[in-house]
Design a protein around this ligand. Structure first.
Ligand SMILES: Cc1cc2nc3c(=O)[nH]c(=O)nc-3n(C[C@H](O)[C@H](O)[C@H](O)COP(=O)(O)O)c2cc1C
Length: 190
């Protein structure tokens, strides 16, 4: 099973990095699997630490995919890292083992601290739609235009019916990115 989370890391010089990432839970460990090249990968290898943030603020997912990587963070309690300031919960991780791979290494991490900050409010279809659309946006170069168009049209139904202000804002950032990409591809073909 894969859980879509926000992974926060720090570079050796202290710079904060925030990235949406799917994690797996294997026994007591959390497994990160960043595609190379990846700042998250470099940072975890440099510092041996990361935080996994469980958040329902889908603007963070959409924002990171559309050049909005500055989100409020606070220091972790037990590893040299930061976490999001307002997640539902977070886990602080220490790197235990690296499974090398030319494309997608696996970082097996021990959970050194786990905190719950707020209550889970229930599922929201618009939030799920934003996460799906963010994944589509991360693959714009690889997917056929017709597939992107039809999947977004379906996801837009959940936005129309169930979104709040944050979900609409996140959706608008993603749609602007799609429009920019499709506009540029049209220009290239002319
Ligand atoms: C929901 C979601 C899940 C993602 N999961 C992964 C992942 O498991 N591994 C990965 O390399 N990129 C993943 N991505 C794409 C990254 O967030 C994006 O490419 C990011 O910039 C990672 O590279 P970085 O570590 O250099 O920031 C995901 C994106 C989204 C929207």
């Amino acid at each position: 099973m894969i859980w879509e989370t926000i992974v926060t890391t720090r570079a050796a010089d202290g710079r904060v990095h925030i990235a949406p990432m799917g994690i797996r839970i294997e026994g007591d460990r959390v497994v990160l699997a960043p595609f190379k090249p990846s700042t998250t990968l470099e940072n975890v290898l440099a510092t041996g630490a990361a935080a996994v943030n469980m958040t329902d603020d889908v603007r963070v997912f959409a924002g990171c995919l559309t050049g909005r990587r500055e989100w409020p963070t606070v220091p972790c309690e037990s590893v040299p890292c930061v976490r999001l300031a307002d997640p539902i919960g977070h886990r602080e991780l220490r790197l235990a083992q690296v499974e090398e791979d030319a494309v997608r290494p696996r970082l097996l991490c021990d959970v050194v601290l786990e905190r719950s900050h707020r209550q889970f409010q229930g599922f929201n279809r618009a939030q799920a739609a934003v996460v799906e659309a963010a994944i589509l946006v991360s693959r714009l170069q690889m997917l056929p235009a017709a597939k992107i168009e039809s999947e977004l049209a379906y996801l837009a139904i959940a936005i129309d019916k169930t979104a709040g202000v944050a979900e609409r804002e996140a959706w608008s950032w993603l749609m602007a990115q799609v429009e920019q990409f499709t506009g540029e591809s049209r220009q290239e073909k002319i």
